[in-house]
Design a protein around this ligand. Structure first.
Ligand code: ADP
Length: 264
């Protein structure tokens, strides 16, 4: 019998929740985003990949309504971002990279404060629980490890219970245990029927987590598909590399020796 999650995914897979059409942005003379068109489907984990300077952040910030659009249209759940930015923003959770400046407040107080920004009554304990920080409610940000700060930034993005979550390199700088726990957290957030847009420089991570990825370079989208289809297409073109089959790698050794328990 199919599980509820599988049925849910099948039912929702193809319903666009974000539609981006002919999106362009220039900074002075530089064409940072060049006529980009794509859709993100409801409840998928969608990766935006590309080297530094490819135009990922500019594209995402235009979708988030925090960077002005030069040309093009963006709809989020049927809402035109340009005409109705505030309504669109209500649907979004944006992961801030740096919450250090709330250094005089503890985590519960920061979550309460964010709740007030959104005029929402939040249960800090409940949100901290979701991101495995329930024991840190009374801690200050400066007392957190790198992985804990990353999870706090996700907790803060959940305050308005967003339908769509933007995660910007959520595992950069994390140790292997914390990285795997972050992957599990991202999967759990998807199971709560959220759509997740993720940027990452780790292709292994994109392959494991993302239903589909868009690969950008020089302001354009080069391709969009499932990681599996993209790999198969490359192989069909005759791509080959030397195969060294070993059923474990150094990361497996590391995790075997040090365990999978989250340390921070
Ligand atoms: P990515 O997120 O893929 O690294 P960005 O969207 O940040 O790419 O940048 C795309 C291009 O636009 C880069 O060449 C970058 O230097 C330039 N750029 C980004 N933001 C600005 C800005 N505020 N002013 C001028 N140029 C910018």
């Amino acid at each position: 019998m199919l599980s509820f999650d599988v049925i849910w995914n099948k039912m929702n897979k193809q319903k666009p929740i974000i539609t981006v059409k002919n999106l362009s942005k220039k900074y002075n003379g530089l064409q940072a985003v060049n006529s980009v068109t794509f859709e993100v489907f409801e409840n998928e984990i969608f990766g935006i990949l590309g080297p530094n300077g490819a135009g990922k952040t500019t594209t995402i910030e235009m979708i988030e309504g925090i960077r002005e659009i030069d040309i093009g249209d963006i709809e989020i759940d049927g809402i035109d971002v340009d005409k109705n930015p505030d309504k669109a923003k209500e649907l979004l959770g944006i992961q801030l990279q740096d919450s250090e400046y709330f250094d005089h407040l503890n985590l519960c107080e920061i979550l309460d404060l964010f709740g007030q920004f959104y005029s929402r009554k939040v249960d800090p304990k409940d949100i901290l629980d979701k991101v495995e920080l329930s024991s840190k409610g009374k801690s200050l940000v400066k007392q957190l490890s790198g992985g804990q700060k990353q999870r706090l930034s996700i907790a803060l993005s959940l305050v308005n219970d967003p339908k769509i979550l933007f995660l910007d390199e959520p595992t950069t700088g994390l140790d292997p245990q914390a990285r795997r726990h972050m992957w599990d957290l991202i999967e759990r957030l998807r199971k709560e029927h959220r759509t997740i847009i993720l940027t990452t420089h780790y292709m292994e991570e994109a392959e494991i987590l993302c239903d589909r990825v868009a690969v950008m370079d020089e302001g354009k989208i080069l391709t969009i598909d499932t990681p599996d289809n993209l790999i198969n297409e490359l192989l069909k073109k005759g791509f080959k590399k030397e195969i060294k089959i070993k059923e474990a790698n150094l990361e497996d050794v590391f995790l075997d020796l040090t365990g999978k328990k989250l340390r921070d």
